[in-house]
Design a protein around this ligand. Structure first.
Ligand SMILES: Nc1ncnc2c1ncn2[C@@H]1O[C@H](COP(=O)(O)OP(=O)(O)OP(=O)(O)O)[C@@H](O)[C@H]1O
Length: 339
């Protein structure tokens, strides 16, 4: 068996909060430390095989982008390690983050913000490969044209500026720029979220074609379950910084196990199930500054029992390669659990 291309091992990321003078005084009077932290990502372990596309799904603020940025070498994790092809991209030390890694390329949500408005798209696409010696000067023009054609644009668009393109075309340019670096791994962070639905479908189809032709490996971050279903082999569901369920897309969509996954599915009217009875998830997402004890989902969970309020559930096997972090799965929540 070959090792996974990407190995995320027990990664956490906390963003320290700056304490105001009033906080410091109050904390000193109370005999505790001032400040605190946003628990953006907690104890996440995940692998991605070569040629695999793994989705990261969850509501806003659950830590998806932070995880993507750690994998891209933009953030150092507070704890844990990220290995690409067995070598560290990042460890829990700021000076051990490979900020210049070219092997992971990130594609962001907003194609308007991610392209330099004053740079011709040909220069945008070829800048990275030229700087890093990935293409020679003599190859640059042909390679840039070929990349534009590969993403469904005309080669002579290389001479145009970003404002001459639509949102969907700009996202194609962003994909061409990422592919130009010949990355081992793509991190797509809400890559189609800002596009109209019909354009989303076109860009997703492009991604699927590229995946088939180039054997891409990717982390596909999205809040949109219907988008993820079309492009991912496996899907990790995140809640308040933790992975709560990880399964093949097929199994997850056929039979979601974690109460949060079930609630997430029930809240989406457009999953093609023909169901009209979609229900928003009840309650608010808790603060990542002060996560609830036990299972972070327990305040919103219809099945929560005493154990859920006290003990953090670990990800455990639930059959067929699926893992679920729920006490219902690892022995139940006790008599007191609501029916
Ligand atoms: N640089 C930062 N400094 C402080 N807090 C941050 C920082 N980046 C993210 N956070 C916080 O970390 C938590 C996770 O944010 P993150 O952007 O990773 O979530 P997300 O699931 O990608 O949400 P969204 O889909 O809204 O982007 C949030 O509470 C967010 O406010």
């Amino acid at each position: 068996m070959t090792a996974p291309l990407l190995e995320i091992d027990t990664v956490s990321k906390r963003f320290p909060l700056k304490a105001t003078l009033a906080d410091k005084v109050a904390a000193r009077l109370a005999g505790r430390r001032a400040g605190g932290a946003v628990h953006a990502v907690t104890d996440v372990s995940l692998t991605v095989d070569r040629g695999e596309v793994v989705g990261i799904v969850g509501e806003s603020g659950c830590g998806k982008s932070t995880l993507g940025r750690i994998v891209s070498g933009i953030y150092a994790p507070t704890e844990g390690t990220v290995l690409l092809d067995g070598k560290p991209i990042a460890t829990g030390r700021e000076d051990h983050v490979n900020k210049l890694t070219t092997r992971v390329q990130m594609i962001h949500q907003d194609p308007f913000a991610s392209l330099n408005p004053r740079m011709k798209v040909g220069e945008t696409i070829s800048e990275g490969p030229r700087t890093h010696g990935i293409v020679s000067a003599s190859e640059v023009t042909d390679r840039t044209r070929a990349l534009l054609e590969q993403v469904g644009l005309r080669g002579d668009y290389a001479d145009r500026l970003p404002h001459q393109f639509s949102g969907g075309q700009r996202q194609r340019i962003a994909i061409a720029r990422a592919l130009a670096m010949q990355p081992d791994l793509l991190v797509l962070d809400e890559a189609v979220a800002s596009l109209d639905v019909s354009i989303q479908a076109q860009v997703l189809n492009l991604f699927l074609d590229l995946r088939r032709d180039l054997g891409l490996t990717a982390l596909f971050i999205s809040h949109d379950l219907s988008v993820v279903r079309h492009v991912c082999d496996r899907v990790a569901i995140m809640y308040l910084g933790r992975v709560v369920e990880l399964a093949s897309a097929e199994r997850l969509y056929a039979d979601p196990k974690h109460p949060y996954t079930q609630a997430l599915f029930a809240s989406v009217p457009t999953l093609g199930t023909g169901r009209q009875d979609f229900r928003p998830i009840k309650g608010e997402i808790p603060s990542p500054i002060d996560p609830p004890p036990g299972c972070a989902f327990h305040p919103r969970c219809p099945f929560a029992g005493p154990r859920c309020r006290a003990e953090i559930p670990r990800l455990t096997e639930a059959g067929s390669g699926r893992t679920v972090a729920c006490h219902l799965n690892d022995g139940g929540v006790g008599q007191e659990a609501a029916a």
